[in-house]
Write a protein that binds this ligand. Structure first.
Ligand SMILES: [Zn+2]
Length: 363
């Protein structure tokens, strides 16, 4: 694997991850770009003890409703068209988001009252292009390609963890128009947050109160013992629908070894993850024979705290509950954080498992 760091016309970093050591990465970004926007501001909600990023500048970001390859900013550049990626080809590429929620480019931030505190949204937001093929999808990537993406995730996790002020690194993919994705090109994002996220805080607080061992490891062991919600497994990973799933179709994927983050996975673990994950993604698409919108979220340990308690895992879920029917976060979920799931998790598991390639189910 070869890693090449370059810069775009407005100074943002762009990093190529290549399988071939002789890949030519000398292409230069010659576009005229506006100066980079300043970081959003963080405001503290004293009632929920959460930080909210207020990113006014994001309202002006480019919207790409058509999503055709000829206008796509994530396709490689050609002789006649310049995209975000100056090269004419790539394997996997990562670059700083042009309209980031968090960055190191601070503006001025005034006090706002209301018992809130204000501070700059320090951190970093990156875009990861999973493949140069515009009309592909993560589910169709080869094992080699997924391994290269995982190398990029691990690299960025380690790198962003080293940035002053970054407290947690989040690698994720939003897929599908129904999720609000504006670019069809297969890509994900990486956030380096300047705080530990609310969901991670809750999970770690529960793990701290649990006295019988590691809470995450025990959930995994219990799901494997129960078996009815396991949808795929191999020697190093298990995928299951959680007993108290929030979403109609939700799968959690755990490595069998407790590690804090993606950078700590072994080569064997990365290789074993690739076919299992793409198999689950294809099963999602096969459930109703239509593209399944999903959010795929890597839960990693905070950078500076509770690393021995945390347990790297992926949480994948879809808002589709039936063909033509989406689950919306309405009153109970949005206002009260109280989820109502219309699909029995055991039934969801049975449906997903029946679509997963047979060889992925032995454990
Ligand atoms: Zn594209």
């Amino acid at each position: 694997m070869k890693r090449t760091i370059t810069h775009l016309a407005d100074g943002r970093e762009l990093i190529y991850f290549d399988r071939r050591d002789d890949a030519d990465r000398s292409a230069i970004d010659r576009r005229m770009l506006d100066p980079r926007p300043v970081a959003s501001e963080l405001r503290y909600d004293p009632l929920t003890e959460e930080w909210i990023a207020i990113a006014g500048h994001r309202q002006t970001r480019t919207f790409q409703p058509t999503g055709t390859a000829s206008e796509c900013p994530l396709c490689p550049s050609s002789d006649t068209r310049s995209s975000e990626i100056p090269a004419h080809d790539y394997d996997v590429v990562v670059f700083e988001n042009r309209f980031p929620s968090f960055s190191g480019n601070f503006g001025t931030y005034s006090e706002v009252g209301g018992l809130s505190e204000v501070r700059p949204g320090a951190g970093r937001c990156e875009v990861v292009c999973f493949t140069s093929e515009h009309s592909s999808s993560f589910s169709r990537l080869s094992t080699d390609q997924v391994e290269l993406v995982m190398e990029a995730w691990a690299d960025r996790t380690a790198e962003l963890s080293g940035i002053e002020g970054v407290e947690q690194v989040f690698c994720f993919e939003n897929r599908g128009e129904e999720i609000g994705i504006t670019l069809a090109h297969p890509h994900g994002q990486i956030y380096g947050y300047p705080y530990v996220t609310p969901r991670t805080k809750l999970q770690l607080a529960a793990a701290k109160r649990y006295s019988k061992g590691n809470l995450f490891a025990d959930v995994l062991a219990a799901e494997r013992a129960e078996g009815t919600r396991v949808v795929a497994a191999n020697e190093l990973w298990t995928a299951f629908v959680p007993a108290a799933a929030r979403w109609p179709y939700e799968v959690h994927i755990y490595p069998h070894r407790q590690v804090p983050d993606l950078a700590a996975l072994s080569e064997a673990e990365r290789s074993a993850f690739a076919p299992l994950y793409t198999s689950v993604l294809r099963a999602f698409d096969d459930l109703f024979g239509v593209v399944m919108p999903y959010i795929s979220a890597w839960h990693q340990a905070p950078v500076r705290q509770d690393r021995e308690l945390a347990y790297l895992h992926l949480e994948l879920f879809s808002i589709r509950r039936a063909p033509g029917k989406l689950k919306y976060l309405a009153g109970s979920e949005s206002a009260m954080g109280a989820f109502v799931n219309d699909v029995l998790p055991e039934e969801a598991a049975r449906m997903i498992r029946s679509q997963v390639d047979h060889y992925q189910i032995s454990y």
